[in-house]
Design a protein around this ligand. Structure first.
Ligand code: PLP
Length: 389
């Protein structure tokens, strides 16, 4: 009978070669040559890892790449976009503090603010980020921070970022920007005066709908340390496999973004020209309510997100989705393939009909995240589905 020793031993050597692709490192723990080295790793005197909740090579390498894109001196990858938002807010706010937040944030972010943070003694007020005076009026004596997304979902309104950054600066408030929709290809919050940038890396940065991750970046070393320690202690850090997938996706991010944006601009024009469509929202179109601001903030990169309104009821919405069977009906964005989502049955299902109507979201309102398909083929698929209505 053969026996194995069960000893792990040292990993196999690769001799005088090294892998081109960053290796996936699933190891949860790292060995060292003894307590002195471990001390130096913990105290920052030596490079290295000890336990993967506290850091691992795949997270470090991904965080460095996203931090470079955002111009952030310090970056941290977390287990999801929501954990990035949570750990950033927990790093900035304490019991008794108040935060002013955009009124059309990602739905779970609004739930975090209204359902979870109050239990920790942290309160919030929502205001319209396209109106900096409304944001200013929401500030009170206990306000410590402002949280906004640059572009609202799914109505694609553009926040008055210049005025909000000036307001945060004047009042000494920490400005936190969720840059998931805009990405550093269109907008770099830290360069524009924000203190913290957060991402759902799950979306455009990773780009393939197969990794769930978040990112927090800042130029402030003390704040970064607080947020990083918080993520380790609350256990919000990221899995090596997801980081490995996201790093691979990130290598093509800019090419994907530009391609999606070019097709999105053409799709927006084609939708607007079709009689079955009541309204199209794309910041690169001159009829968008924030077109001038979008041009100033984003330059030529107007993004891959297009929304449109067919009017009518649920039956008309369902008929369109059925006719558009080659386009995935899925409540996400930033995938290599185009996805179609319907706010009334997904992101905004928790609102009343009147609440949705106040935002301009009826049953016929759709959002498209434009992917990498051949542009003409994709536009034909939409037009054929509209013709079938
Ligand atoms: C998806 C999303 C989030 C949450 O990210 P997850 O990775 O799903 O946790 C946060 N903000 C925005 C704008 C998003 O689109």
């Amino acid at each position: 009978m053969s026996r194995t020793s069960g000893l792990r031993g040292a990993p196999a050597s690769m001799g005088h070669s090294a892998p081109l692709v960053p290796p996936l490192q699933p190891s949860v723990v790292y060995t060292t040559d003894g307590p002195d080295t471990l001390d130096r790793i913990y105290e920052g005197g030596a490079d290295g890892f000890s336990y993967s909740r506290e850091g691992h090579p795949n997270a470090q390498s991904l965080a460095r790449r996203i931090a470079d894109l955002e111009g952030a001196a310090h970056g941290l990858v977390t287990g999801s976009g929501m954990s990035a938002t949570a750990v950033a807010l927990l790093g900035v706010l304490k019991a008794g503090d108040h935060i002013v937040a955009g009124n059309q944030l990602y739905g779970r972010t609004l739930r975090l603010l209204t359902e979870n943070l109050p239990a920790l003694g942290i309160t919030s007020t929502q205001a319209d980020p396209t109106d900096a005076d409304a944001m200013a009026r929401a500030i009170g004596p206990e306000t410590r921070a402002i949280l906004v997304e640059v572009v609202s979902n799914p109505t694609i309104r553009v926040a008055d970022m210049e005025a909000i950054a000036a307001l945060a600066g004047d009042r000494g408030l920490c400005l936190i920007v969720d840059n998931t929709f805009t990405t550093p290809r269109a907008y770099r919050p830290l360069a524009a005066g924000a203190d913290i940038v957060i991402h759902s890396v799950t979306k455009l940065l990773a780009g393939h709908s197969d990794a769930l991750l978040g990112f927090v970046g800042t130029g402030d070393a003390a704040l970064a340390e607080r947020i990083d320690t918080g993520a380790q202690t609350w256990g919000l850090t990221a899995s090596p496999f997801d980081c490995w997938l996201a790093e691979r996706g990130l290598l093509t991010f800019e090419v994907r973004y530009d391609r999606g944006a070019a097709t999105a601009a053409a799709l927006a024009d084609a939708l607007a020209a079709h009689g079955a469509v009541e309204r199209v929202l794309y910041p690169g179109r001159p009829d968008h309510p924030d077109a001038a601001r979008a041009r100033t903030l984003f330059g030529p990169a107007q993004g891959n997100m297009v929304s449109f309104d067919l009017g009518g009821d649920r039956g008309r919405a369902q008929a369109f989705v059925t006719a558009a069977r080659d386009i995935a009906f899925a409540p996400t964005l930033g995938d290599v393939a185009t996805t179609l989502s319907h706010a009334a049955s997904s992101s905004h299902r928790g609102l009343s009909v009147e609440g949705r109507a106040a935002l301009g979201i009826g049953e016929g309102f759709f959002r498209v995240s434009v992917g990498l398909e051949d542009g003409e083929t994709l536009i034909d698929a939409f037009i054929n589905a509209l013709n079938a209505l």
